[in-house]
Design a protein around this ligand. Sequence first.
Ligand code: ITT
Length: 200
Amino acid sequence: MRKIVLATGNAGKAREFAAVLAGFELEIVPQSAFDVPEAEEVGLTFVENALLKARNAALHTGLPALADDSGLVVDALDGRPGIHSARYAGPGADDCANIAKLLVELRGVPAERRTARFVCTLALLRHPADPTPLICQGSWEGLILTEPRGANGFGYDPVFFAPGERRTAAEMDPADKNRLSHRGRALALLRGQLRDGAAR
Ligand code: ITT
């Protein structure tokens, strides 16, 4: 496989993909290079939405497509914001508004019950009707702080504390985050599958 379209409009994700897939024998073209309309994310799970995004990009470009559906799953909130992570505080909500809503919902929840994980599902479709997509999933365990720390990354990174690292995802340099993160882990699995020739 040579050229594939990356089905995301999220600049933070696109930066991480570019870093992790650099040097791999793939030419990754962002879907912004084509007039791909936004996919309707009507699935109830990360895997359904990743497939919808990849299929939409494959349909509109004629290229194999790789999509990511990801989010933050917080135990004390019964898994919210989950698949609604991008627009948790409402349509068009930015990262600050989403973080603010999360912190309000977790007000009063003690440290030991603030467990959460980032999850990432990748879907690679060779063509829109591909009956055997490659699916790879990764997760990253952490705790939600009571206030933001750090300026790197995107999304909920400033409130996601990685206990093993003793810092938030937004306090890590990009290489460290990519090594540990849900997206980094899912991409490592995908690279393994591609190396084994799974995408032929
Ligand atoms: P695309 O659908 O165009 O890829 P999106 O941002 O709408 O972009 P999702 O529906 O998958 O994508 O939502 C993912 C959200 O989960 C994202 O906007 C962040 O709020 C959060 N998120 C995912 N990965 C993250 C990470 O590595 N660090 C911080 N927040 C993350």
